[in-house]
Design a protein around this ligand. Sequence first.
Ligand code: NAD
Ligand code: UDP
Length: 316
Amino acid sequence: MKTSSPIRNLVTGGAGFLGSHLVDRLMKAGEEVICIDNFFTGRKRNLEHWIDNPYFELIRHDVTEPILLEVDRIWHLACPASPVHYQFNPIKTAKTSFLGTYNMLGLARRVEARFLLASSSEVYGNPELNPQPESYAGCVNTIGVRSCYDEGKRISETLCSDYKRMNNTQIRIARIFNTYGPRMLPNDGRVISNFIVQAMNKKKLTIYGDGSQTRSFCYVDDLVDGLIRLMNSSYSFPVNIGNPDEMTINQVAKIINNKFNNVEKFEYLEKPLDDPFRRKPLIDLAYQKLKWKPKINFNEGIEKTCIYFRKNFFDN
Ligand code: NAD
Ligand code: UDP
């Protein structure tokens, strides 16, 4: 009797926050996973539970260099996601976005693998439209401090679309909105991890600007579920994956402070350049094409994330 062999996945950036959760889901489904990562913001510790598994392989590799591997599916997540990290070396971020995506698409073409790009809500820049549908072309500064990342994701989407048109490469584009959960680094610099670390240590929470800017936060398990549904679908245009529960940064600060009974309040600091004022995904398309919508509300997701941070980074 012929038995089908497991799907062979390549996860770039698999040692990072989202990548490692995706690897967990694929491994638990009995699939094979090769993870490549340069460990800029990723950690082996995020994957240590799979190291001895014969279905798993971890390779130190930078996606700005080509690599040849035999795989069926490529999940291309390699790219720093926090503004602090992607602005650390913006030229490297642009290289990772362009050359990295180009190399991985070249591999997808060569081995006829299906390719999923982890794109971002940042392709919408500082949106004039709220919420943002996939049809919105965005309002992006080409020369600002966020441009290396925003334009990097835009050129990545362009490359995917041209590989589809020229070579029939099977592409999927996930426009991921702010996602949070366990395995975010305490020094990641993004708002949820910053606020949790500060509240846990009874410090003032650092609010950039007046805190009236908004974001919509998605719990990591919901996000990974959306990525898997998109990869399994036949839809090859961009899809927003995010939680439309929009809140101000002031609201987020209050909720997290309450979780830790932190009596310290807030420290208002200068707002970073080009910081988008509002962000909220329209997710009708995700529901229509993937039957996906998030299940975990902010309170529940923050609770799980706080438990992780208390367990791993609080030694009192
Ligand atoms: P992360 O920083 O935790 O993970 C990124 C991973 O990519 C890390 O393991 C890092 O070491 C690796 N990496 C970076 N540059 C590389 C290179 N040149 N070669 C090989 N590996 C490299 O970030 P994350 O939150 O897990 O984000 C994963 C992907 O999802 C990124 O592409 C990011 O742009 C996208 N995304 C994330 C969010 C979010 O809220 N988490 C939102 C939108 C888009
Ligand atoms: N932010 C903040 N305090 C922090 C970190 C971030 O007020 O300590 C703000 C930031 O200016 C932005 C929002 O929180 O308006 C989300 O920032 P993050 O870096 O998490 O994501 P992004 O800006 O890429 O959406």
